[in-house]
Write a protein that binds this ligand. Structure first.
Ligand code: TXA
Ligand code: MG
Length: 337
């Protein structure tokens, strides 16, 4: 393995027309040279490389220290790539087309039977491939000018909190990748919803911005399967984890019972300020807006994680709609995935 740090990492802004052109050109050049670069998407920042070149994809695994058994999502430049990358069985075709017509480009990833052009490294040897099409204008420009699918997992080191700002990516991967394209804070703040299409049914493999309530309109939603092997894709318990221990409580009364004197405690509240003596308290959305809560969750978790606390106590929230995706991330942060 090459040394994992010491390489200069350039950060390019996209908030002026000239800056955007320069950043897109630089990103495409690095991608053509087989490098991995960090790009903004509408969900979280991704670490992208040429999906069809294993020697480029391997750089993603190295920079993230990601185990090879965890497969990557491929981001398509255009719909013509769907037929090239997959072998969709006839019974699933109408469902796949309806989901794509409704949610692409956007935060929905589809797991479908793969074609032979998809490298084993991308799918970790699985017979399926995860595909999505990003709606982020900067990502769209880069993938379209590159002209081929990009593998792009979240741009964090393996098992850590996904980055929702360029600065988060810098903290995770500086010295390991040549370029971070700064597109500002990401809109959704949570990773895409992942759905596998099985016949005429769907199975939610990861909750996200597209909710179960929206998906049931398209067909029966099968129950999640808990794999016997802990390393099965997306099933790892401790994920999105801050370094500081995080405890998820049902309510603040339970939190009060946990707070030992002398401990530095951080509180993560949904909307109201708890009346508890804490060293740091953050609120996901004082207006009680779930979209705002999702968009700010990971940066608030980082803020608490960097505050030198002994423990983070997080309040439980609603289990429906976007609340389900936020609760999923909090349970994983608590190691209770
Ligand atoms: O919003 C997102 O999806 C972001 C942005 C950058 O696109 N990407 C992202 O990628 O979250 P990553 O690698 O952090 O998460 C991808 C998840 C993993 O849990 C992986 O196990 C699962 O997708 N996955 C990939 N291919 C799969 C497959 N063929 N079957 C089941 N799960 C798969
Ligand atoms: Mg990830």
């Amino acid at each position: 393995m090459p040394p994992l740090s010491g390489r200069p990492t350039q950060i390019l802004a996209t908030d002026s027309a000239a800056g955007l052109e320069h950043a897109v050109t630089a990103a495409v050049q690095y991608l053509l040279a087989g490098e991995a670069v960090a790009l903004p998407t509408e969900t979280v920042y991704g670490l992208a490389a040429d999906a069809l070149r294993p020697e480029a994809v391997v750089k993603i695994f190295e920079a993230k220290e990601r185990p090879f058994f965890d497969p990557l999502i491929c981001h398509l430049p255009g719909l013509e790539w769907l037929a090239r990358m997959t072998r969709i069985p006839e019974p699933s075709r109408a469902l796949v087309e309806a989901l794509i017509a409704t949610f692409w480009p956007g935060p929905l990833t589809l797991v479908l039977p793969r074609s032979e052009i998809v490298p084993d490294l991308v799918t970790s040897g699985l017979e399926t491939v995860a595909l999505r099409m990003s709606a982020h204008p900067v990502f769209c420009r880069v993938v379209q000018e590159f002209g081929k699918p990009l593998s792009a997992p979240s741009a964090n080191r393996f098992g850590r909190i996904s980055p929702t700002a360029a600065e988060h990516v810098r903290k995770e991967l500086e010295g390991r990748i040549p370029l971070i394209v700064d597109g500002g804070a990401t809109a959704h703040g949570l990773e895409s919803t992942i759905v596998s299409v099985e016949g005429e049914s769907l199975r939610i493999l990861r909750s996200g911005p597209v909710s179960r309530e929206e998906l049931v309109k398209f067909g029966p939603v099968l129950e999640p399967v808990r794999s016997a092997s802990p390393e099965a894709p997306g099933q790892m318990k401790s994920h999105y984890a801050p370094r500081t221990p995080l405890v998820l409580v049902d309510d603040w009364q339970e939190a009060a019972g946990l707070m030992a004197s002398g401990q530095k405690v951080g509180l993560l509240a949904w909307s109201g300020i708890p009346e508890l003596p804490a060293n740091r308290t953050v609120i996901l959305s004082s207006a009680g807006d779930l979209r705002e809560a999702a968009a700010t969750l990971f940066s608030k978790l980082r803020e608490l994680d960097e505050a030198g606390l002994d423990v983070i106590i997080a309040e439980s929230g609603p289990e429906s709609g976007l609340g389900a995706a936020i609760m999923d991330r909090l349970r994983k942060a608590a190691g209770r995935g």
